[in-house]
Design a protein around this ligand. Sequence first.
Ligand SMILES: [Zn+2]
Length: 124
Amino acid sequence: MNADEHEPAPTAVRERLEREEHEAAEAFLREHQPRLEAEKHAVRELGDRIGYGRLMQAAEEVWRDINRERGMPGAEHTVGPCAAVLVPCPNCSDGLDEGESCDWCAGAGRVTHRVAKAIGDLGR
Ligand SMILES: [Zn+2]
């Protein structure tokens, strides 16, 4: 008897793993959805009260302070300009290789007009 006769076909294994992964992700979302909604509600209440731009700035400031205290300055996310004043990042518009990050937009896919012009002036 061939040992492979009892092994499931690779496609069947992959499909089972994908199904199990999907089911686990669905279960995770079901379990955590109430907490995620409560967090979103809390953010909305604070944002409505102090303004969403200020909320994001304050979050960055607090996160920066915490990171400095932990000896990890610069690990916080930053707040950028309003999306309406941004344009698609020319460096990303051609598509980056998988796993490659963009030095111009840090993966945001958007830059200011001035940055887009600078990229063009440098000829990328
Ligand atoms: Zn980019």
